[in-house]
Structure formats: structure tokens, C-alpha cells
Design a protein around this ligand. Structure first.
Ligand SMILES: [Zn+2]
Length: 310
């Protein structure tokens, strides 16, 4: 019997799929604007272990993991480097797949790209508007109205009473202090990168892509939704609001989260500049894991990272 810690109930529960022996797993994939660091990769090792355990238990797993190939950071960096966006994201997608290969992580059964699902996202947002769960602003942006979704906060435990009524947030990433209506569609200026939509030129918010692509490939209710713990709020909370708001059904039976990789008791992150890539490990090793090898080589095989006790 497989038991998993379900972030929804905050309890260890027996895993029972909706339609055994089939199991649908959706995991939030990389935003391809830079090299992944080993803190990011920890999540992907976790997904792989989860998937292999399910397969070893005899389940027929469909594992879907998206590629976020459109967001603020991508647009900014591609512009800085004067590169075509598709060209820019293709390069980092390839680096990411190389990292997965080095860590012996199986490729997803489906690896959908956000930019290939824009028309579906537009249709999805139209349903949310029709249901009165979203509203369009004059600037061409569309927001989800969290006051219309009574269960908002059920995953992360944020309290809606702290909602700043009538306020909204355009950025995809924000903190628990900012419990506001979030962008489903971001209106852009005519000379900015975007797609035509019923609300004018724009591009999708980050959260909507995961609702749309997970449900397209796995149906309205997923057996397991996986991700890093930092995605619980706002990303997964917003995915629940969009998905359950649209279908009226449970979005995922299990939410499984991986913890942060810590460096000197702090989260490994690009913003803190305390990160290592797999290449760093191969060339220099890790300060916390002194490695003495023949010939004085400091680095070690990237695959060894998979077996490090976290
Ligand atoms: Zn996601």
C-alpha cells in the first residue's frame, strides 16, 4: 500500500487512484530562461522517484510535465540577449533535458509547452468570465476574482479575510502578504510580445497554463499534482481556484510537494545567488561534500547528486 503526504489534508493518506490501474500525474516543469540549479533539480528527482514507485506498484502512469516558455523573465532575458524568444527558450529547454538525462530522470510522457496552448487558455478564460469568476480590465488584462471562489486558500491556508479587496496583482510570483485577484491574461502594448485575444493583444498569466495543460492531458481531476513547496502559494492555490471554479469538480486528489534544498539554512535560489548547477558539481563538487578523488579532482559525477541524503 502506498501512502503519501497530501498537502491538501496535511496528512499522510493511503493513495487510491480515481481509475485504477491508471494514474494521472501532473508536475510543474521548468521556466526555461536560465540553467537549472540543483535546488530546482531536487524537485525533478522527487517527481521521478514518485513516478517510479507508482510504476513499481503496478500502476499505469501518465506523467505530464509542462515547459513554461513564456513569462516576464523569459521576455526580459531574450530581449537583453537580442534573441528570438522561441530560439532562446529552445536552448534552455535542451540544457534542462540534458540535466534530466545526467540524473537518470525519465522523460515525461507528455511535455506540453505553454506557447502551444494559447488558444485553449483563451477559451478557458472565457468560461471563467462567463461564470462570473473573472473580470476584464480596460487595459486588456483579465483577472480572477478570488472573492467569488469560497474555497480560496484551502491548500496553502491563506486567509481570505486578509484579501486586499478591490486590489489585483499582475505579477505571477508574489507572497502571502499579497492575497489579491490574480492575472489570467496580461494585456500588452502593441509593440510588445503577445497574442491576439478577445481582450486585445496580451499573453497568459503563469497559473492558467498549468490548469489548462494538466486538464487537457489528464482530465478534470488529477490523481496527483506535484511541485516544489514554493509553488504552493500562489501558484497551486490559483490553479485550484481556476480549475475547480471552471469544472465544479475536485482538481487534484493529492498535492505532493518537495521541500527546498537548503544552503547554510537558506533556500537555494537564484535571487540569493547561493546556487550550484550540475556543471558546478561536475567541475568543483560541493563545499558541504568534500570529495577527494584520484588526481586531486574535486568534482564528482552528476548522478551522485541523485543519491545525496538531503
Ligand atoms: Zn504549474
Amino acid at each position: 500500500m502506498l501512502k503519501l503526504f497530501n498537502s491538501l489534508s496535511r496528512k499522510i493518506e493511503e493513495f487510491v487512484p480515481l481509475n485504477p490501474p491508471k494514474v494521472g500525474v501532473y508536475a510543474c516543469g521548468p521556466t526555461v530562461y536560465d540553467f537549472a540549479h540543483i535546488g530546482n533539480l531536487r524537485s525533478f528527482v522527487m517527481y521521478d522517484i514518485l513516478r517510479r514507485v507508482l510504476e513499481a506498484d503496478g500502476y499505469e502512469v501518465t506523467f505530464v510535465e509542462n515547459i513554461t516558455d513564456i513569462d516576464d523573465k523569459i521576455i526580459k532575458k531574450a530581449k537583453e540577449k537580442n534573441l528570438d524568444m522561441a530560439e532562446f527558450t529552445k536552448q534552455y529547454t535542451e540544457y534542462f533535458l540534458e540535466d534530466l538525462n545526467k540524473l537518470n530522470i525519465k522523460l515525461p510522457d507528455v511535455q506540453p509547452k505553454a506557447t502551444e496552448h494559447i488558444s485553449l487558455m483563451v477559451k478557458y478564460i472565457e468560461v471563467l468570465l462567463d461564470k462570473g469568476l473573472a473580470y476584464a480590465e480596460k487595459d486588456g488584462s483579465v483577472y480572477f476574482d478570488i472573492s467569488k471562489f469560497p474555497d480560496y486558500g484551502k491548500l496553502s491556508g491563506v486567509e481570505k479575510r486578509e484579501l486586499k479587496t478591490g486590489t489585483r496583482v499582475l505579477s505571477d510570483e508574489y507572497t502571502k502578504e499579497n492575497i489579491q485577484d490574480f492575472a489570467l491574461w496580461k494585456g500588452v502594448e502593441a509593440d510588445e510580445f503577445g497574442w491576439d485575444s478577445p481582450w486585445g493583444k496580451g499573453r497568459p498569466g503563469w497559473h492558467i497554463e498549468c490548469s489548462v495543460m494538466s486538464q487537457k492531458y489528464l482530465g478534470d481531476t488529477l490523481d496527483i499534482h506535484a511541485g516544489g513547496i514554493d509553488l504552493m502559494f500562489p501558484h497551486h492555490e490559483n490553479e485550484i481556484a481556476q480549475s475547480e471554479g471552471k469544472t465544479g469538480k475536485l482538481f487534484a486528489k493529492f498535492f505532493v510537494h518537495g521541500e527546498h534544498l537548503l544552503v547554510d539554512a537558506q533556500k537555494m535560489s537564484k535571487s540569493l545567488n547561493n546556487f550550484y548547477t550540475l556543471k558546478d558539481i561536475e567541475e568543483k563538487g560541493l563545499p558541504a561534500l568534500p570529495c577527494r578523488q584520484a588526481g586531486g579532482r574535486q568534482g564528482f559525477d552528476a548522478l551522485a547528486y541523485r543519491f545525496v541524503k538531503w
